[in-house]
Each structure stands twice: as structure tokens, then as C-alpha cells.
Design a protein around this ligand. Sequence first.
Ligand code: DON
Length: 577
Amino acid sequence: MRHRISFLLLTALAACTTAQPTTNAPAPGAAILATPIPAATPVVAAKAMVVSAHPEATRIGVEILQKGGNAYDAAVAVQFALAVALPVAGNIGGGGFLLYRGADGQEGALDFRETAPAAASRDMYLDAQGNVIPNLSTLGHLAAGVPGTVAGMWVLHQKLGKLPWKDVVQPAVDLAAKGLKLTEKEAAGLNNQHDTFARLNPGSAYLKAGSWAAGEVIQYPDLARTLGRIRDQGKAGFYEGPTADLLVAEMQRGKGIITRQDLLKYEPKWRTPLHGQYRGYEVLTFPPPSSGGVALLQMLQMLEPYNLGQAGWHSPQATHWITEAQRRVYADRATYLGDPDFGRVPVPQLLEKNYNKQRMATTLPYRATPSAQVTAGANLPGYESDQTTHYNVVDAQGNAVSCTTTLNGAYGSKVVVAGAGFLLNNEMDDFSSKPGTPNSYGLVGGAANAIAPGKRMLSSMTPAILTKGNKLALVTGTPGGSTIITSVLQSILNVVDYGMNAQQAVAARRLHHQWLPDQIDVEAGALLPAAQDTLQARGYKLSPRGGWGRVEVIRVLPDGKLEGGADPRGDDAAAGY
Ligand code: DON
């Protein structure tokens, strides 16, 4: 009891001396309801490290580094290896965002997001009454955007690679030809899709008469030949010649709209990374057409004045503050974010400190703000108007890569290009098919994210790299659809505010709020029962959620060693040397 009293006293004193807004001081006793931080042991390496969602991809990345490749060579090798080893999300038929920071401080953001085909149009997924036609933007040929991955890897390697292109693609060719053992999760994933694959891709390697079992070897001869063409001809091995012919033939078979011209015209884009600050760290992240970078920096700005560490991990008070920030940021996302090449995205205004401070000024001390009362911030000055995967690489020189890549849903559109052996994305669903109608992640949007030919669909992917005193500190990212942004946020808070190691930071149970629906999604074990009661009494609706992205983290330790956290929710692996 004595302990408790002095703790409360300290809490009260600290609340007066920190920058904490007085109206939002922790409720007395709030810290006592904090969820205990679970133990978890990270992988530690002296010089270099790869963390990815598949042990084979991680192994290949580390081998490339050991052969003298740099982080960019390893990233290309990991990307192609994941296209074989992790069909649920790894891809050559999808796209992604790659963020890097060189040991020399140079940085870049490579956007290899898919684009809408030339024949796409705003209302292409609506019926005559203007209603969204179920599944049209998620399943089958019409759901696919023009793939960006191979072009992205090609330009990355041209600019920053050290080893010959052939050497970094070859391991994936070997993996596809030799085959690899299915993990339990991968076998279950393929079995779940059996009927859909049978309907859409009768001859593909992903399909077999009975069910797949863990440990069974699966080989990909068509994919091996496609990867061989990419190895030999670079980007042209995908966007031209036999691979392009097979893709266009597949489109014709399934009434899709991607043409040869769409493939020839596809270009990845170098964009300027976004910068923000959080408690002495410099945060580097991805600009639009990612919504994630803007949202992450907004949330960090909103949260910096609050003493999250003192309130306690997943305490009602910390959860209250974090949820209110998330709610407001997702409301902004729905209104303002889209492809910057097709309309103005008010990034400077959204990242203006005072703007975010004002947004938080409407939070109530011990009460949830209903989402119905929260809209996007108005009058911005000067403004008119689940499966994905992530990998991180740090090489011995200190170059760092954080890359999130995706087919969008599990196995994307579920269409395998016959004869070429790769899955096509269903990224078109990330557009807003109809203003206000939620997509498969429950996200709503409007004109800024409407479909237009050649346009990139808005994304939540949030690769992020943190530095401190100009030195690399943390590399993070995750899949998870709309939960990507809040999961990346939590990985940062877990390390910076709660002192977790890399493995704890990825393993820690998560919470998520995205404005609409107005609820906190709760992973089992994320909140103590008493904390749940307090939050419910404050007006929060809590909703259990099962599906969470697999976060990957590399943290640089004070002695310069690297600490890897690979998400235990999947088959993910961290390794280094
Ligand atoms: O770009 C996006 O935001 C989505 N296509 C990401 C999808 C995703 O993370 C699914 N993974 N669990």
C-alpha cells in the first residue's frame, strides 16, 4: 500500500513537470492497470542482419551479404526469394515501397506500387445502380493492377547494387526449380484456397488433387523459367517477351484489362522520403501514395506531448491517448490522401505541428470521442478542394533497407498467370471504388483515391527507419492492411517509450483503431481485464481481432551490434553474422 501511495505521488508530480497537457493527466491509479511486458529474446549479430517472413528468404539474403553484396543486393535477392517461398504475399506480380538509408546518410524512397491499367475507370466496380459489385475488385483478373515489383527491383539494383544482377536473382531461380518444404501455415493457406485456385488456375503449381501437408515439397517449374528470364533480361524479362505474352493471354482468358502497353509503360518512381522527429529520434518514412508515412508522423506528433512511458504499456490512459490520435489521423487519411501525381495531397499541412496539436485539443480527459463527431481536419491552409510482407536488411557498412511488398489480399487476385507461374495482385481494391463504401480493410475514401488510368492506389504500407544523432537506430515495417500504420507506430513506441528489445517489440500484443468502424481492435492478451473495464467505462468499444501483420524490426544496440525481431505470429526469421 505504501508503494502504491508513493507511486501515485510520483505519477502526480511527474505529470506536473512533463509537457503533458493537464486536461489529459493520467487518471489516478491508471498505471497500475498497465499490461506487463512479456519477455522475448531477439537474435543478435555483430555486423549484418536480414529479417523476413520466411527462413529461406532470410538465408538467401544473408548469403548474398556474406558474398560481398550490399543491403540493396540482399533486398533484391530477398524480394525474389519471397516470390517463391511466400506465395501468400511475396511476389513478382505485385508491388511495394522500399525505403533506404545509406551508411553515408543518403536516403531514398522507391515506389514500385501497381498502377491502374489504361482501361480502368472510376466506376468500374459499380453496378447500374451505383453499388459496389461484391468481389470484383478483390478476386479474379479485373482486380489486378499493373505489377511494379520487377521494375522496382531493377532500378534499385541499377542505382545501388554491387553484385551482378544475375547473382542476386539466381538463388530464387534455384529455389523455384528445386522446390521447398511447405510450412504448416503455408500448407493451410494453400488448402484454404483450394476451390478458388481450382476455379481460376486449374493447372497451377499451387493446386493439387488432395490437400497439402506441412513438410511436403512444392516445386515451381513455370515460375523458375519466368525468374530465369528476369535473371537473363532484367526488367524486359517480365514486361516484354514471353512473360508479357503469357500475362496478356491470361488477361484475355479471364476478361482482365491489363495490356502489353500497360506493361511497357510501367515505371517505378523515386520519391523524397518524409522526415519527422520523435523524442530525440529522426523518423524517416514513405511519402504518398503511401498514407502510412504521413499518418505515422502525424500520430507521433500528436503523442509526443504525452508521457506514454509513465502511463504504462497498454494502460487505459496510454491506450486512450493513442486511440484518439489514431482515430483523428485515419479520418484525415480518408479525405486527403491519394496518389500525389493525380491530385494535390496536403502533406506539409498535415505534418504541421500546430495542426496536429489542435486535432488532439478536442480529446476528452476520461472519455472516448465518438468517431461520428470526428471528421477530417477542415480548412487546411492552401488546400482546395492482409497479405503483404515486410523485410529489413542492414549490411556490414551500415546501409539499411526497409521494404514492404504486397499482392494485397492473401494470394492477391488468386489468379496465377498460366505458363508463367506467378500470382497477380488484387491491388485495385485499395482504390476507393465508391466514396464512403469501405474496402476489404474497412477503409473508406473519396475523390483523392478514386480510380483513374495510370493512377496508383492509396496504400497503408509504412516502411520506416529511425536514426539518433545521425546514426542508424531502428528499421521497422509490417504488412496488415489498415493495421500497418498503427502496428508500425506500436513497434516504435514499444522501443522508444517502453524500452523493449526488438523481439519484444514485434511480439507484443497489439491494439488498433481506424476511425471507422468506431472500435479498438484488441489482440488476445493485449489488455488486462481491469484495463478493458476502464476503457469501456470511458466509452470505448473493444472488439477482439485475430489477424495481425507480421512486424519485422532491426534495432542497433549501443555497442553497434544488431538485434533482430522476427514476428512469432508467422514463420518469420531473423539471421545475421
Ligand atoms: O497497400 C496496402 O495498404 C495494402 N494493399 C496492404 C495489404 C496488406 O498489408 C495485407 N496484409 N496483411
